[in-house]
Ligand binder design. Structure first.
Ligand SMILES: Cc1ncc(COP(=O)(O)O)c(C=O)c1O
Length: 386
């Protein structure tokens, strides 16, 4: 069979591969604590489940318009206007099968052969492959030692082929959140060098210590016009399996992505659209309870890691920690560390190398407290035995 080389050579996502290996060991009867999970360990809110059930029972589960049903696009535009503080219209919103689908649609629509796209390390694993698949070149920009964006390094990475930059605040894997000064400086640079900004805001609700979520759209008319926001239901409402997300951008951009999706994937799942509309309209109390619980676990895990002598920035958002394990690595790097941690201590984690940042591992705290405490104990025994 002759394949499209870009499809054939695309690697399996490292997070999904490690998650699969952890699940394999669990199926063999091993007592693995899986800290690779990129999903909340909570059920979707009751109101969302009720709305999905009622919608199925209505029998009216049909195709919707490809960019999403009008009432959901209106609801998302209203939600963005309220939460980002600048007006959005329904025509700027394209509903997608997930945030991942929104991101890949934007990249396929904006990136041409040879275009460079800046990715801020540590960067989510799929960004690299999306840009490569579109024929572009991902350019990894190193971060500061505290894992925040290095504005000088970003400016230095821009060439005449650079078309855009992808940002993710709060960040997966580090939990870092842009400050207002950093966002302002980034927007100014993007205006100066005429770059689009793809702002992945999927963790914008999981934010702690009173930190304000920063979006480029609030930094003036120019930044608003060059920004594409991507968000969705997976993390915010514990609705990972519903597969529903969106992008919001000036109609010129959202329209092209909508057209592309109309040919490649068609309308998103109508049941999930109903469920998402319910979640956004009702703002179920379970969501804030979930964030409070993540906050508690974050403190517990960061303290536990510091007791083990592992340096770890206190993440301001998302539900991961990204400790520095460089003192414990051999030539096999963070991948070897994660493999040994899984086989010997039965704790599954994701290597920093998957995010372009060697020397770290990502641990998800989307797990119950007892499991987190047990995982920290296992990690401690593992480090002591070496
Ligand atoms: C940074 C980031 N963006 C996007 C996504 C994808 O979200 P969705 O489930 O909507 O595809 C994830 C999921 O892990 C993520 O971590």
């Amino acid at each position: 069979m002759k394949f499209n080389a870009r499809a054939k050579d695309i690697p399996l996502s490292a997070t999904l591969a490690l998650d699969a290996r952890a699940k394999e060991l669990i199926a063999e009867g091993r007592d693995v604590i899986n800290m690779t999970a990129g999903e909340p360990d909570f059920d979707a809110p009751a109101a969302v489940r009720d709305a999905s059930r009622a919608f199925v029972d209505s029998g009216k589960v049909r195709y919707t318009p490809a960019p999403g049903r009008p009432s959901l696009r209106e609801t998302i535009a209203g939600h963005l206007s309220r939460t980002r503080g600048v007006p959005f219209e329904a025509k700027e919103v394209t509903v997608c099968h997930s945030a991942k689908h929104a991101l890949s649609g934007v990249i396929l629509s904006l990136v041409s052969e040879g275009d460079e796209v800046l990715l801020l390390l540590p960067a989510w694993v799929s960004y690299f492959e999306m840009v490569r698949f579109a024929g572009g070149e991902p350019v990894a920009v190193p971060c500061r030692p505290d894992l925040g964006p290095d504005l000088e390094a970003i400016a230095a990475a821009v060439t005449e082929n650079t078309r855009g930059i992808m940002i993710n605040s709060p960040c997966n894997p580090s939990g870092y959140c842009f400050t207002s000064e950093e966002m302002k400086a980034l927007c100014e640079l993007c205006e100066e060098r005429d770059l689009w900004i793809l702002s992945d805001e999927i963790y914008s609700r999981m934010i702690y210590d009173g930190t304000k979520h920063e979006s480029p759209v609030t930094y003036g008319e120019d930044a608003r016009k060059r920004t594409i926001i991507v968000d969705g239901a997976s993390k915010a409402f514990a609705m990972t399996g519903y597969r529903i997300g969106y992008l919001a951008a000036p109609p010129e951009i959202s329209g092209v992505v909508g057209k592309l999706h109309s040919q490649l994937t068609g309308a998103p799942n109508a049941i999930s659209q109903e469920a998402f509309e319910c979640a956004l309209a009702e703002e179920p109390a379970e969501v804030s309870d979930m964030v409070t619980e993540f906050d508690r676990r974050r403190e517990l895990v960061v303290k536990g890691l510091s007791d083990l002598g592992l340096p770890c920035e206190l993440p301001k958002g998302a539900f991961y920690v990204f400790p520095d394990v460089s003192a414990h690595l051999d030539e096999s790097g963070s991948m070897g560390f994660c493999e040994r941690l899984l086989e010997e201590a039965e704790v599954a984690s994701v290597p920093g190398s998957a995010f372009g940042t060697e020397g770290h591992v990502r641990l998800s705290y989307a797990l119950g407290e007892a499991q987190l405490i047990e995982a920290l104990e296992r990690l401690g025994r593992f480090l002591n035995a070496r």
